[in-house]
Ligand binder design. Structure first.
Ligand SMILES: O=P(O)(O)OC[C@H]1O[C@H](OP(=O)(O)OP(=O)(O)O)[C@H](O)[C@@H]1O
Ligand code: HPA
Ligand SMILES: [Mg+2]
Length: 179
């Protein structure tokens, strides 16, 4: 796996320091409330596991699976729900947790979909943000890191389901996907 990485963009130390900060900020903003964290499978799972433990207000977890990438490095633009939430979200404070916002198409779709279920509030938290590739505007409430336009893997992010278990965020060598 490591031989496919061109450069480490964010080390595990950088990731954990930033996630602790994000947790403190979220805890302060939601003081006195309960959060329903909605993880977007599968990429967000590792970030969500660490972020949830950095938050000290009550947190419930639910998950949605949508897919627009498949085994590709560019979004198809077509978002499908593969798994819906288990819980009713009406009247709850939702925090959508993403590993990365790239074109914005996934989140744009999710936001529309979740708003129609009448939650008390919805905010977006992403570990990574790649604004250069945005196709639709999305308002991000909590952003870990803004990154340049490279295809990155690790810490939950995959290429064709590989590399999710790397403890850092790395730039994938083009030859690892252009073969
Ligand atoms: O802003 P966008 O261009 O829509 O891209 C971001 C989305 O794409 C990736 O998910 P993917 O569909 O690859 O599924 P995965 O999380 O299982 O890897 C990533 O985890 C985000 O959910
Ligand atoms: O840079 C990326 N890496 C992995 N998955 C992704 N999904 C959108 N952008 C990316
Ligand atoms: Mg993916």
């Amino acid at each position: 796996m490591l031989e496919d990485i061109q450069e480490i963009l964010l080390s595990s130390e950088q990731l954990s320091a930033r996630i602790r900060e994000m947790g403190r900020q979220i805890s302060a903003d939601y003081a006195g409330k309960e959060i329903l964290m909605i993880g977007v499978l599968r990429g967000a799972v590792i970030f969500m596991a660490d972020l949830a433990r950095a938050i000290d207000v009550p947190v419930a977890l639910d998950f949605m699976a949508v897919s627009s990438y498949g085994a590709s490095t560019t979004s198809s633009g077509v978002v499908r729900i593969l798994k819906d939430l288990d819980e009713d979200v009406e009247g709850k404070h939702l925090l959508i947790v993403e590993d990365i916002i790239d074109s914005g198409l996934t989140l744009n779709y999710l936001l529309d979909n979740l708003r129609s279920r009448k939650p008390a509030s919805i905010k977006i938290c992403t570990l990574l943000n790649k604004p250069e590739r945005r196709k639709v505007d999305v308002q991000v409430d909590y952003n870990g890191f803004t990154i340049p336009d490279h295809f990155v893997v690790g810490y939950g992010l995959d290429y064709a389901e590989k590399y999710r278990n790397l403890p850092f965020i790395g730039i994938l060598k083009p030859e690892a996907y252009k073969s």
